[in-house]
Every structure is written in C-alpha cells, then in structure tokens.
Design a protein around this ligand. Structure first.
Ligand code: FES
Ligand code: FES
Length: 162
C-alpha cells in the first residue's frame, strides 16, 4: 500500500477571507482553490503553463496558479475572479467585458480579467502595447482579442471616472 503523503499546514487569505488549510506539498495553487475552497471560476486550460486560464493575483501580482505550489502562497493574499464582485455589484472590469463583448465562450475570461486588474491597478490609461503586454500570458481561442482590448480600455475609463 502506498505511503500517505504528509500534509502541511498553511494559511492564506482569499478574496479577503482567511483560511487555515492542510495541503500536500505537491498540491498546486489552482487545485487548492478549485478543490478545497470550491472556487471554480479559476480555470485549467492546459498542462503546459501556456493558456493563462488559471491566472489569479497573488499579493497583487498575476500568477498562473497551475504553476505555483499552494504552499508557496502560505501567508499570502489571493484574488480570484469570485473576489471581483463586491456587495452584489460587478467590478468595472467585469461590467466592461460584458458591455464591450470582450468574451465569447468565457473560458479564458476570469484569467484575462485578473491580468487586466493587475494592469489597471497601476495604470488607468494603458496604451495598446501595455494592454498586449499585460495579457501576453493569456490565450483566448475565440475573440481575436480586439473586443478584449476594447473592454480593458472601457474598464480603464470607468475606473478613472472619465
Ligand atoms: S492552466 Fe494553462 S497556464 Fe495554467
Ligand atoms: S472567450 Fe473563449 S477562449 Fe476566450
């Protein structure tokens, strides 16, 4: 019978809520989010760190959660797509993706919105080049990206109150 892998204790804040968890050292951050915390808005679209569907913010930085061990987030703050909406109000980025038709199937959308949030939290007037760089790690197989850029620009306008 195979030996059980010893779990380690960790603490993490996800979308403003603190969790004390026990995880196997090999558990990926995306597995912890989806399987232990039931936050299934963070998607898995590949097994090669390519697609970016799993993007979340870890301490404000966009990371591919399929490529980070859960224990590497110990003591950290994570934002997933479920944390964007506040008090029943869509975040301006979520609203803009709807208004500007920035999604089709939506599989890539949570990850792209988190990459956009990282950009817009530092830069409310991004150029097209800056937007392209911000979502360079996110693959969309449906939209052709043009409406994604329109959505990020619209969110930026709304976030600076223009
Ligand atoms: S699931 Fe594709 S990069 Fe993480
Ligand atoms: S909207 Fe379908 S993959 Fe981006």
């Amino acid at each position: 019978m195979p030996e059980a892998i010893e779990k380690v204790a960790m603490q993490v804040s996800v979308n403003g809520k603190r969790y004390s968890l026990r995880v196997e050292p090999r558990t990926l951050l995306v597995e912890m989010l989806r399987e232990q915390l039931d936050l299934t808005g963070t998607h898995v679209g590949c097994d090669t760190t390519y697609c970016g569907a799993c993007t979340v913010l870890l301490n404000g930085a966009a990371v591919k959660s399929c490529t980070v061990l859960a224990v590497q987030a110990d003591g950290g703050e994570i934002t997933t797509v479920e944390g964007l909406e506040q008090n029943g109000q869509l975040h301006p980025i979520q609203k803009a993706f709807g208004d500007a038709y920035g999604l089709q199937c939506g599989y890539c959308t949570p990850g792209i919105m988190l990459s956009a949030l990282q950009l817009l939290s530092k830069n409310r007037q991004p150029s097209e080049r800056e937007m392209r760089k911000a979502i360079a790690g996110n693959t969309c197989r449906c939209t052709g990206y043009q409406n994604i850029f329109k959505a990020i620009q619209l969110a930026a306008r709304n976030m600076r109150g223009a």
